[in-house]
Design a protein around this ligand. Structure first.
Ligand SMILES: [Zn+2]
Length: 459
């Protein structure tokens, strides 16, 4: 085990039930935190700021001097993390934009290899990219010197694509904030956090004794707070982990491996049961809401109040929903752990996620279909656990892994009861055929590169 290689994981800590005035204070901080983030987005997410995002200290100084901090009366233990987080979001947004433009450049047939080399070089150098966007002079980067290209035409293309696809980060829900280490201390089983009055702290009694000395994120729930503590864990190395596994990530069975083993078999059933329960509940709630409206319209005040008190509350509903969510996440983590411990791979091959309509699913539709929304969580956890156990995670393009036969390569049929190949008669679940195609595709691309002999697997 090499010393010093660690990975940050989040450990959750919960407060006791909190008095209403503490909840009001927390909500107020979260609201101002969101305002600082929005201000930073507004001022620094434009084209002109790209070259100025690093170092973040300059931006912090500017925002502090803008007067917004005094106006809000927000202690710097909250103010500074809000700016740092907003700048990180803006950088993330630029990162996504560059990926997108990179893909468009690769697919654009009107560009020569030298054109692409120039554009890619500029995309990598923020200062130069910023100068191009602002039509300012810049020194031609070394890698792009001496190319036979029309610089002005390429710069125009870059400016056009950037304007077209540049987005602003979206404001968060306003139910959380981060606090710098200078803003809290522990006393008598409570974390005491900075109030708006200098020198005064507000105690948040905690359910356990974990302590932290880093920036903490505080998430506000109905009557309590959940604290996300960053904790360093040493990356594990396993000498006995070898070989490669190929995984189809599905909506019914979580993982189907090309060797036929399935992990997370019940996931689809569990989440669709919960999706159905939520749909049913939402239907009932809509009915009660209509009844409530009717009662008000017809002047039956007593009945209206009764419905509001007994049928329209969100607490019980939210609590149950959160409990189900926690349960499903625990199952996902258990199954990933079980797979890694059983298969002991040194490499995991999956397909890249497919984005639908090039935008992320909106939270409303994700609510409606929890199974789909868990796909992102599954990928994130798999990626984290691979890093934690020093396992290489390879993502390949999913093209051709769904519809062709993993035995003979002919176009097959995806039927409700599974995959069937009309050419050779191969039958398997869609997931297993997919996993075997991932294996074939990964091996053949490897063979092209290394020109090694490739053993055909007879299934
Ligand atoms: Zn076939």
């Amino acid at each position: 085990m090499s010393a010093g290689s660690t990975i940050t994981k989040t450990v959750w800590q919960y407060s006791e039930m909190l008095p209403e005035d503490t909840m009001v204070f927390l909500r107020g901080i979260a609201s101002d935190y969101g305002k600082v983030k929005n201000y930073t987005y507004k001022r620094y997410s434009g084209i002109k700021s790209l070259g100025r995002l690093t170092p973040v200290f300059d931006i912090m100084r500017e925002v502090r001097h803008s007067g917004i901090r005094t106006q809000l009366g927000l202690p710097s233990a909250y103010f500074d993390p809000a700016i740092v987080e907003a700048v990180a979001d803006i950088k993330g947004m630029w990162g996504m934009l560059k990926n997108r433009i990179g893909t468009l450049i690769a697919a654009n047939e009107n560009l020569s290899d030298e054109d692409r080399l120039y554009l890619r070089t500029v995309l990598k150098l923020d200062k130069i990219y910023a100068a191009v966007l602002c039509c300012e002079d810049y020194e031609m980067p070394k890698r792009a010197q001496g190319l036979d290209i029309d610089v002005e035409r390429l710069n125009n293309l870059l400016r056009r694509l950037t304007r077209k696809y540049l987005t602003k980060p979206k404001t968060g829900g306003g139910d959380y904030f981060s606090i710098a280490p200078s803003g809290y201390a522990y006393r008598d089983g409570a974390i005491c956090i900075a109030s708006r009055t200098a020198g005064q702290r507000i105690p948040i009694p905690l359910k356990d004794n974990q302590i932290c000395d880093r920036q903490i994120r505080i998430c506000i729930k109905n009557e309590y707070a959940a604290l996300a503590l960053p904790v360093e864990t040493t990356i594990k190395k396993h000498k006995d982990y070898n070989g490669t596994i190929y995984i189809h990530i599905g909506y019914q069975d979580m993982f189907t491996l090309s060797n036929g083993v399935v992990y997370g078999q019940s996931l689809g059933a569990i989440t669709s049961t919960e999706t159905q329960r939520l749909m049913q509940k939402n239907k009932e709630r809509a009915k009660m809401r209509a009844l409530y409206q009717d009662s008000i319209m017809s002047g039956e005040q007593e009945q209206a109040e009764c419905i509001a008190a007994n049928n329209l509350g969100t607490q019980k509903y939210d609590r149950r929903k959160e409990k189900e969510l926690t349960k499903t996440q625990a199952l996902i983590n258990t199954e990933i752990n079980r797979m890694l411990a059983t298969e002991k791979p040194e490499r995991v091959v999956i397909t890249k996620p497919v984005t639908i309509n090039k935008t992320k699913l909106a939270s409303k539709s994700a609510n409606r279909n929890m199974t789909r929304s868990f796909n992102g969580y599954v990928r994130e956890r798999l990626s984290y656990k691979c890093r934690l156990h020093s396992i290489e995670l390879v993502e390949i393009n999913s093209k051709g892994t769904g519809s062709i036969c993993s035995c003979c390569g002919a176009e097959g049929k995806r039927q409700p009861d599974g995959f069937v190949c009309p050419s050779c008669g191969y039958k398997a679940t869609i997931a297993l055929n997919g996993a075997r195609n991932i294996e074939n595709k990964h091996n053949s691309s490897k063979n092209v590169k290394t020109k090694k002999n490739f053993k055909t697997q007879v299934g």
